[in-house]
Design a protein around this ligand. Structure first.
Ligand code: ADE
Length: 224
């Protein structure tokens, strides 16, 4: 798989993707990740990439010219062009799974107030939001989306771990609380059932705790 990120801040997008699991997946050739500086497609001598809003309003908008040129150059016949924006569809595990089956993604990062709408109408296949809050920089969102997708690619987590065995593989329920050693930490005990070796009782306990936790933290998941 290949993921290209188009942004004014390539270092911001790449920084979290150069460590640990994603770094190893890239080194193993499971995914090729590249970040491109939109300013390289700027047209004037000031290398301008943004301008004021037509009709007034606060802030600046990314110009269509550099984006049309850059996307035209970076996309191929199999590319899905995705715009990172708080106005986008919510990014969920199911979307990550769907995108992990794509051959080539081009993640376009908004900045300031966003991008000229002609870019969205003409070039963007999907607008994606990572949550109901506004970041200073879409490159952070692109790194989040890339991380969530790459860890799903076969071999990325190594042989022994499965990305299916966790919260949001079952979107109705969060994971149960988890403990490691020691069994007694400053008087704080690991629940006895987890040390019992009784698999059926452990499974029942985990199910109950998962439900409690979901009710407390994400009651919306239990609606309907
Ligand atoms: N750019 C700024 N905020 C964002 C968000 N919440 N999701 C995606 N891109 C963004």
């Amino acid at each position: 798989m290949r993921i290209d990120i188009l942004t004014l801040f390539p270092e911001v997008a790449l920084a979290p993707l150069g460590e640990s699991i994603i770094k190893r997946a890239r080194e193993a050739g499971i995914v090729e990740v590249r970040a491109h500086n939109l300013r390289d497609w700027a047209r004037d001598k000031h290398r301008r990439t943004d301008d004021y809003l037509c009709g007034g309003g606060q802030g600046m908008l990314l110009l269509p010219g550099p984006l049309f040129d850059a996307i035209g150059e970076l996309r191929g016949p199999d590319t899905r062009v995705i715009l990172m924006t708080p106005q986008g569809r919510p990014f969920k595990q199911a979307v990550a799974r769907e995108l992990a089956a794509t051959r080539h993604l081009l993640l376009v990062c908004g900045h300031y107030e966003g991008v000229d709408h002609r870019v969205i109408e003409q070039l963007v296949d999907l607008e994606l939001s990572i949550g109901d809050y506004v970041l200073t920089n879409g490159a952070i969102a692109a790194a989040v989306v890339t991380d969530a997708i790459v860890r799903l690619l076969p071999g990325a987590l190594g042989d022994e771990r499965s990305p299916e065995d966790e919260s949001f593989s079952d979107p109705q329920l969060l994971e149960a609380p988890a403990y490691t050693k020691p069994a007694d930490f400053r008087g704080l005990k690991v629940p006895e059932v987890l040390l019992s070796g009784h698999h059926a009782r452990i499974a029942e306990w985990k199910r109950r705790k998962a439900l409690e936790r979901t009710r407390a933290n994400r009651p919306d998941l239990l609606d309907g």
